[in-house]
Design a protein around this ligand. Sequence first.
Ligand code: 5GP
Length: 180
Amino acid sequence: MSNSVVIEDKTFYKYLDANELDHIVADIARRINQAYSGKGKVLLVSILDGSFIFMSDLVRKLSFPHEISFVKLASYDGMESTKQVAFLLDLKKEVHDQHVIVVEDIIDTGLTIEAFLEKLKTYNPLSISVCALLSKPEVHNDIIAVDFVGKEIPPEFIIGYGLDLNGQGRHLPDIYKLKV
Ligand code: 5GP
């Protein structure tokens, strides 16, 4: 793959290659395996669309029995103030006997995950933890407690490995950052 891609006249430079991503995912999986082995029923919930590739790589590195599910959220107008989200694809609510791990691609402001966690709590799972491939702590100021973070990055716009620019670029095996 080339060291740069152009999408919608914007140039992106390679930032994290597939090999590095594989190591990052393996390290998250190792920590999750340690924390959840023998813990009982576990459900991993992936927030679509961006986390679909991360989720599929992650679950193939987990060594304890678990179920998976997917949710898709859309923000209402004024999400910043209300933190309300519309569930385009919702979770089955019978999670009261399960430990839930929420799988997110990247945490930027943290508003999406925060809104989802509020709703998830009303379903009363045994426990909730958050796992994110990437996090931009300078943006969310660590307001969100992320239990398993792959890598902290500066507040730059990235694409690839599931992340898009207006629907494009999700298929790229490497992650690219916007040329500024
Ligand atoms: P947040 O609610 O934490 O601000 O961001 C939530 C979602 O915005 C992420 O799940 C992701 O889909 C998208 N997002 C955040 N940062 C980036 C980025 O750098 N690149 C892309 N393509 N999407 C991002």
